[in-house]
Design a protein around this ligand. Sequence first.
Ligand SMILES: Cc1cc2nc3c(=O)[nH]c(=O)nc-3n(C[C@H](O)[C@H](O)[C@H](O)COP(=O)(O)OP(=O)(O)OC[C@H]3O[C@@H](n4cnc5c(N)ncnc54)[C@H](O)[C@@H]3O)c2cc1C
Length: 486
Amino acid sequence: MVVKRPRIVIVGAGMAGLTAAHRLRTVAGDLIDLSVLEAGERLGGRILSSHFAGDRVEMGATWIHGIEGSPVHAIAAGIGALSADPLDPYERMDGFPNDPVTVAEGGGVVAPSVVDSVSLFYKNLMDSAREGKVPVTAENGSVGSFLRSGKGSLTADGSGDWTLDSVFAISENTERTYTSADDLDTLDLAAESEYKEFGGDQITIAKGYSRVIEHLAGVLPEGSIRFNAKVRDIEWCHVDVGEGPVRVHVDGGMEEEEVLVADHVIVTVSLGVLKAGLRKDADPGSVMRFTPGLPGFKREAIGRLGFGVVDKLFMEMDGGDGEEFPYLQLAFKPAEGHVGKIPRWMRRTASICPIYGGSRVLLAWLAGEAAAEMEELEDDDVISGVKATLEAFHVSGVGRILRVRRSQWRKNPLFLGSYSYVTVGSSGDDLDLMAEPLPRGKSSSALQLLFAGEATHRTHYSTTHGAYFSGIREANRLLQYYRFLW
Ligand SMILES: Cc1cc2nc3c(=O)[nH]c(=O)nc-3n(C[C@H](O)[C@H](O)[C@H](O)COP(=O)(O)OP(=O)(O)OC[C@H]3O[C@@H](n4cnc5c(N)ncnc54)[C@H](O)[C@@H]3O)c2cc1C
């Protein structure tokens, strides 16, 4: 046994960090010295429940993706966060939206029979890939190339009907928001069959996703979570092991730096933050570094995996002529048929949908470059862009957009994007490498740096439950090391 009361520092108070902290605290109690360092001013990281125009909305994680076997669902149910308060209407309180109206650029509604058959065709293609029924070759190694070759049979009648392509593109645009890959040609096809989903309904959390986070943090003694504590450098492999092998340099905000000595550090920052720390041209004052630098295998995995941008754009409407806003899917025309002044950043938006039937708050999801571009605009420009889009689709009677609220995950230096994906050239092995503690091997100096976070889970990356599982995994690793668990 190395030390009596191990000092464990967790970097980041998102789902992974707080799950690890909760687990360590509930199993080992005061027998460990635990600190959580959070650079921001709040708990939750990419989980952020909020209110907009009288409705409860989620700026980040939104769905429990399948309730059967989901630990997030188990917690939310256990703390009563799933029971609705009738005075607090919430995003998707009526479940997953159904029955979209698919409108075409330039006006008109696409026949539901066409939409249904193209959507089913797309679903069957992706299901076959996800079930591992498609042999992956050099030609179809990406989801983009696989879909292109599959789509051939859909448009083989040579009718030249642009709606088939445009309706197919709605599913592709939805795929881009699910995966965060801006370009589906960069999304690895083989990895699709490794990704796991839970069964059962997909639901949102009536009292807000943040309730789960508050519950996890609730067991920690006062003062163990420190806000505005930005970790600048983690010095590991320190020779002076007697004092503790890791030193965490924390910027407390007032220009003074504090150094915490630790036996173990669990790093849970986003893949975007890890990537930024590897960039040679990065401003040393704004990134998190490791000294010595991370070993090659870790740097390469961080470099190869993808980390994309997905944003949510909420719009408050004035109600127009009182009609309920429909769930609109947008079938954009190919370049030669463009109508009106739809901005580029709107052109890959799959849908605009009220956040529940009858709500005056609409939501559009944006991914990739479009999301990054939208993040940089003023609110008025965002409103004009959506207005121009609705006009080009001849959508009328829905009223004016009064104001917008959007996420800006790309711009925020504490995240630098939304969630991770497996790129062509990467694989599930890289997610496993992300999870490997340092230094490698089983020496007495092992387990100085541990890694958790959604980007460290091979089969549930990109989700809150992936982050949760990773926090449990790293807490258990330490609990086993100190024989709190066998
Ligand atoms: C728009 C959007 C929609 C999503 N929708 C869903 C969904 O429907 N369902 C789902 O399951 N998942 C969804 N996700 C993904 C989910 O939110 C994440 O996978 C999960 O919350 C990640 O948790 P984490 O603990 O790994 O990382 P984070 O939440 O990023 O936590 C890391 C923490 O580290 C902090 N930090 C960063 N740098 C430093 C530093 N230098 N020093 C100290 N602290 C630092 C950050 O402030 C942050 O609090 C969505 C994400 C986004 C952005």
